[in-house]
Structure formats: C-alpha cells, structure tokens
Design a protein around this ligand. Structure first.
Ligand code: SF4
Length: 313
C-alpha cells in the first residue's frame, strides 16, 4: 500500500522486510519534516506485523545522524528520508515528494543569467530532475546534471548540505530545487557560484550570492584573531565523530601555545556553547553548524588553519 500524502513511502516494502527477516521489534527514525509520518507508519507495522515499534522522538539531520541508542534497543531500525548504505540491522528508506516541481522551475528561469546551469536537488525531488531539465532546455539553457561522490550520494544531481560534488565546476550558475537555505547556502560556499534556489512547496525563488557568505565568514574569522581560550567540538553522532581531526586541531593549538579543550556534544547548539564559556570553538562535526551561530564564534577546521596563519603574521 502506498501512503497517500505529499510523500511517497513504500510501507508495503517495509512490511515485507519485517516479515522476511522475522524481526520482533522495530525502530523508526525520521527527520523533522517527516516526523508526523511516524505514527502512520508505526500503526501500519503494528496492525500488519503485531510487533512493538519505537519512534525516535528527536529529529535527525542526515545519514550521518543514526540514533545508535535506538539501534541498540530494536531488532531493526528504519531510517527515513536520507540515502545511505544499509547495515545488518539498519535500513535506509528513501522518501520521495509527490509535489510537481515545474511551477518552481518556471519561476526560477528569470533569475538564471548564465547559459550553463548545474541542476541539483535533495533525495526527495531526485526523480523530477528530468522534468526540470526539459523546462530549462526549452528556455535555451544548457543543463548539467552529474553524479557526485561520497557517503549518502546515490543519484546524479543529488546534493547534501556538506556535499556539492554533483555541481559541475564548468557551470555558470547552480539551480537548487528544494526547501530552505541549508543546502543552497552550502553549495554557494563550497562551489563559490551563484545559487538560485527554487522551493517547490512555496514556489518562491531565492538567489544566494557566494561573495556575501564568504565575506561574512572572513569577518567572523577576523573577530577571533585575539581569542584566548578555544573549545574543540567532538560530535557524539556516529557519522560525524572525528577524533583524529579533533586531535590534529588540539596538537596545532598546542604547537601555537593556544589553550584548547576537547568538548563532546551530541547537539551542537548555541546555548550549549554559550554555557561552556570559551572564546572560540572549532567544529569537527557537521560543517554547516557554523551558520547556526549568531552569538558565539564557531569555526570549521579550514578556518582555524587560516586563523593560525593570521596569528603568525
Ligand atoms: S554532516 Fe551535516 S550537512 Fe552533511 S549530511 Fe550530515 S547533517 Fe547533512
């Protein structure tokens, strides 16, 4: 049975996996945008398979963010909305939006100034890239949709907030199809290209200028030059945990006679960092967290390296 929502979730496929494997308990992990589907999926599993289901109450941000606690409590965990590599007791369930992206693409055309357009999207809209291509070619644009690389990248044109390898560097501009500024902001910073973001839900279009984002990061970096006490953030999330990188940063800090402390965090929030009371934090978790901070300075490792260079001058 396909669920009738704006999302397409193959519940029948999930039921078949549960029956085939004979599992006795199941966990469901969903990102915030799909959280309300949890109870519907849970009900269907309970009705058809008569086994207990636990829904992870906290949201998740990517395939890098597996609820390992819940994974240890159930026979099988289904992680929805992101693509990744299945493991013995972990299955990634891709979810597709049923919304037609055409009106948003039509609205975006007037903002595309270049000829060569890299078209990218998230997994939810990946099936509609061909439709976008047809519309844009009608507008005399040359369309570039290429396969990226890295964990969680399974389709040509697919991007993550931290992975824009699907963007062909020869393009003039990027068209992102999807919601919010998380992905297009990341693409603009990584690729240093203008990004036109077309939201299929609101049909609104936003233009992201990489220069202003880069200037903002440099201003934050400049403000951190004279900082005394540094915190190095180590993520407790399994897919973001990078102790090797954290150790390298600690060593670089020690080599430069900088006071630095290692901090383990699951959710890297501004409140948590304010509470720790250090001057500047270096982030080894999701690289996009730096954009969430307004009152504290959080730098990515490459920015910390630039900071050390600036301090030596
Ligand atoms: S590291 Fe951040 S941007 Fe990358 S997949 Fe995870 S949550 Fe998304």
């Amino acid at each position: 049975m396909q669920q009738k929502t704006e999302f397409r979730i193959d519940i029948e496929g999930i039921i078949n996996i549960i029956r085939r494997r004979g599992v006795r308990s199941v966990g469901l992990q969903l990102p915030a945008g799909l959280m309300r589907q949890g109870r519907l999926i849970s009900k269907e599993i309970q009705n058809q398979c008569n086994i207990p289901v636990i829904i992870a109450g906290k949201g998740c941000y990517g395939s890098c963010d597996i609820d390992t606690e819940l994974l240890g409590m159930v026979d099988l965990l289904f992680h929805f909305g992101h693509s990744g590599s299945d493991r013995e007791n972990l299955i990634f369930v891709e979810v597709r939006s049923t919304l037609d992206v055409s009106p948003a693409i039509e609205s975006a055309i007037e903002y595309l100034e270049g000829d060569k357009i890299a078209v990218v999207t998230t997994i939810q809209h990946i099936d509609q890239l061909d439709r976008a291509k047809t519309i844009l070619e009608r507008a005399k644009k040359e369309i570039m949709i290429r396969m990226g690389s890295g964990d969680g990248i399974n389709y040509p044109g697919q991007v993550l907030g931290c992975n824009a390898s699907a963007v062909d560097p020869r393009c003039d501009e990027v068209l992102f199809i999807g919601t919010g500024l998380f992905h297009p902001g990341g693409i603009a910073l990584i690729c240093k290209k203008k990004v036109v973001a077309a939201d299929p839900y609101t049909e609104r279009v936003e233009v992201i200028d990489p220069e202003s984002l880069i200037r903002r990061r440099w201003a934050i970096l400049a403000g951190a030059i004279d900082a005394d006490v540094f915190g190095v953030i180590l993520s407790a999330k399994s897919g973001q945990y990078n102790k090797e990188l954290a150790d390298k940063i600690l060593k670089a800090a020690a080599d430069h006679k900088i006071e630095a402390h290692l901090i383990l965090l699951d959710e890297v929030t501004e409140d948590a960092l304010i509470n720790l009371g250090m001057d500047v934090y270096i982030n080894t978790a999701c690289p996009r967290l730096v954009d969430d901070m307004e009152q504290v300075t959080l730098l990515n490792p490459d920015e910390f390296k630039k900071l050390l260079d600036l301090r030596e001058r």
